[in-house]
Design a protein around this ligand. Structure first.
Ligand code: ADP
Ligand code: MG
Length: 717
């Protein structure tokens, strides 16, 4: 296969990364040590080393053919941003270009970037925004049609230090969980660990469609999803795509994606066909959260670029096709120490297992207390189409912990004391009388839970496929920091080991008792669960506009303030950006529908009707000639004509209504109100326009229909 590239892992892996190995080789020893200390221990960066690092980075980049550098950052749009500058800083008297890259250019960029959403954090007259080097995420060389570009991961802040991006709060939340995690570990006698770091492995789902067909779908071009489209005769019911053998065209795409990702140090590992036709998944091996978030951005970008090179388009939208599985991004999350202790794993000793149970209890309390925030973190415009759909996790947050853990929980909260569970096999030994030993259930068999404990990590399945993974991780880190801090506040009161053990035990029981309502091991898709969840008082937040208020509640302001993750002002700005984004996105979708219906679909239907009428008229003439009775009402042509005309009228009415409602809602000044009304009024008006159009697609002659069908898009890749 000449179009397949050599995908030797060892040849490619990390090749385009300014990695530890490269730094060690190219930096003076003391500079390397200082930088390494900042990267590993989270100490402040010594600015005096910046020039040396910048120079080494420049030389390395130039040797690899780089022409430009860019600060690479993550504004509140949820995607990444960059502005390239070449290494040319002037011209020598002999005519040669002077190539330069200073420490100042490495550390700080004055991005201006005043057009990014800031939710009122930046008035335009002080539109200055700064990007600052995040040395904990390695710089990398991106190769594409532009050439080779040195990308420097950066945070993006306002002149006054407010976070304008998705990275800054993430780094702050890592500090919070580190501090509280260490405090917690010390209480349990750990003296060796130096850092507690969240570990994250995001599984990325996506669709691939043929580029030429994509280009005939204005809805995909403008909004990333189909706004019209009747179901094809076949969907995913045969399960023949899921884990199926991978088509050559897709395989050659995956081959190139892997190579590109490996070069950038992304451990692209798992690849397979997903449930829906044309749907696939890619998962890397988990890594520390800030890298995982950066790398997921690189993954999304790479999927799109490489697909384009293969004459395909990668759809990252959460619900590109109505009635077919959508795409998510399972965020696998755990906590571990720099010396390799996973706090979410059962241990070898009874002490470790008690600690494990307390961590688990803390997690349940955190999720229960802040279910609204977690739900918010998975809210994006596209996910509104997916959450609660038949294939997607429901919009209610609950935690799956497996039967054995549930038994322990039941036991503890009901009888309140000893007893050994009747399970056989490997047991979790706690050696505390009142805590039963139990068998660990590591296999997760519940695919309907939005938040599942899967043996040594939690899997948050609600997150949308196109969304940045920053928000969910900021929330997870911060709510867990709070739960651990609260536990420490209590346990630090213990006067001796005996009292401590007793307090730990009481605390586990208390937390489980208080928060067991969040545990649900049953079928999350069943209607009974919706009722049961309501009885338990769990929030059921079905849409983005209802999810955003959680961000600015007193509870949230208190939480994020306590751990210095986001100020009230920063929270409010984010809420504003969410409303604005939602309103804009729905407005675009509505306008795209009007455009397509008005200029493509309705004219096509009219043409078909015109031709049908001519046929009917012709029939009429023939019948007359033959002297036959003139009743055509049960003739196919007439039936079709009648159906088409009636649906066409329905479409035209719906189109006019949609335009009126859209314009009315668009003019609402208040951003939140505008978003709320977009959801309440414009979305139903869009549905009303889609319904007759999809019916017409099933009647109108295929050759008249102006765009590729669902079948064309999903089955002819
Ligand atoms: P699946 O969910 O398909 O069964 P796995 O559970 O093996 O697959 O892994 C899914 C993702 O979870 C991968 O990205 C993997 O690296 C990640 N993962 C595995 N262990 C952990 C952990 N302790 N913490 C965070 N992520 C993890
Ligand atoms: Mg998984």
């Amino acid at each position: 296969m000449e179009n397949l590239k050599s995908n030797s892992i060892s040849e490619n892996f990390g090749k385009n990364l300014f990695s530890d190995e490269v730094m060690k080789e190219r930096l003076p020893k003391d500079v390397y040590r200082k930088l390494k200390k900042t990267i590993e221990d989270g100490t402040e960066l010594d600015r005096s080393i910046a020039d040396v690092v910048a120079n080494a980075m420049k030389n390395w980049a130039l040797e690899h053919g780089a022409t430009h550098f860019t600060h690479w950052f993550q504004p509140l749009t949820g995607i990444t941003a960059e502005k390239h500058d070449s290494f040319i800083s002037g011209v020598e008297s002999d005519g040669h270009a002077i190539l330069h890259f200073s420490g100042k250019e490495l550390i700080k960029g004055e991005a201006d970037a005043s057009s990014f959403p800031s939710g009122g954090l930046r008035a335009t007259f002080e539109a200055r925004g700064y990007t600052t080097w995040d040395c904990t995420s390695p710089a990398f060389l991106r190769e594409d049609a532009i050439g080779v570009t040195l990308c420097i991961p950066t945070a993006f802040c306002s002149y006054t230090g407010e976070a304008l991006d998705k990275k800054t709060p993430l780094l702050r939340s890592m500090e919070a969980i580190n501090e509280q995690g260490l405090r917690f570990l010390r209480l349990f006698g750990n003296t060796t660990s130096k850092r507690v770091i969240p570990q994250v492995g995001p599984e990325q789902e996506y669709f691939l469609v043929d580029k030429a067909k994509y280009l005939k779908r204005k809805d995909l071009i403008y909004t990333g999803r189909t706004l019209f489209g009747a179901m094809p005769p076949k969907g995913q019911e045969m399960d023949d795509h899921y884990y199926g053998s991978i088509l050559e065209r897709i395989g050659s795409f995956m081959n190139e994606v892997n190579i590109e990702l490996w070069k950038l140090g992304v451990t692209a590992t798992t690849q397979h066909n997903e449930a829906a036709p044309a749907q696939h998944e890619l998962a890397p091996i988990y890594t520390q959260v800030n890298l995982a978030v950066d790398q997921n951005q690189i993954v999304m970008d790479t999927l799109k670029k490489v697909a384009n090179r293969h004459n395909m388009k990668c759809l990252l939208h959460e619900k590109p096709f109505k009635g077919v599985n959508g795409s998510g991004k399972h965020v696998n999350w755990s906590l571990s120490t720099d010396d390799g202790i996973n706090l979410m794993s059962q241990g070898d000793s009874p002490e470790e297992n008690i600690r494990f149970l307390l961590v688990l209890a803390c997690m349940l309390s955190a999720v229960d207390k802040h279910a609204d925030l977690l739900r918010y973190s998975a809210a994006d415009v596209g996910n509104d189409q997916r959450l609660g759909g038949y294939e997607a996790p429901p919009a209610i947050i609950s935690v799956y912990i497996g039967q054995q853990l549930e038994d322990v929980l039941e036991h503890l909260t009901e009888t309140g004391n000893a007893g050994t569970l009747a399970n056989k096999g490997e047991r979790l030994h706690t050696s505390v009388k009142t805590l039963p030993d139990f068998e660990m259930d590591t296999a997760d068999r519940n695919r309907t839970s939005p938040f599942a404990f899967t043996g040594n990590k939690f899997e948050f399945r609600m997150v949308g496929s196109s969304d940045s993974t920053s928000s969910p991780n900021v929330i997870l880190n911060t709510i867990m920091a709070e739960a651990l801090a609260d536990a420490c506040d209590r346990l630090e009161q213990a006067k001796n080991k005996e009292e401590f053990d007793l307090m730990v035990h009481d605390l586990i029981k208390e937390l489980l008792q208080k928060h067991k309502r969040i545990v649900f091991n049953g079928n999350g898709y069943s209607p009974e669960w919706v009722e049961e969840a309501a009885r338990r008082g769990l929030p059921n937040i079905s849409c983005m506009v209802d999810a955003v208020p959680a961000l600015t509640s007193d509870k949230a302001v208190e939480l994020f303030g306590r751990f210095n993750v986001l100020t009230k002002k920063e929270l409010e700005s984010r809420a504003e950006v969410e409303y604005e984004t939602y309103a804009k996105a729905v407005n675009i979708e509505a306008k795209a529908m009007l455009d397509i219906a008005g200029k493509d679909l309705i004219p096509a239907v009219m043409k078909y009707i015109g031709d049908l009428s001519a046929t009917v008229e012709h029939m009429h003439g023939v019948m007359k000639l033959l002297g036959e009775p003139e009743d055509f009402s049960d003739k196919a042509e007439v039936k079709r004509l009648r159906d088409c005309v009636s649906l066409l009228n329905e479409m035209q009415d719906a189109l006019e209504k949609l335009e009126i409602i859209r314009a009315e809602v668009r003019s609402i000044e208040d951003l939140r109100e505008r978003a709320v009304q977009m959801h309440a009024k414009v979305v139903p008006a869009m549905d009303a326009l889609r319904a007759p159009a999809d019916k017409l697609e099933m009647i109108v002659d295929r050759s008249y229909w102006p765009m590729p069908s669902y079948g064309d898009l999903m089955f002819e890749v």
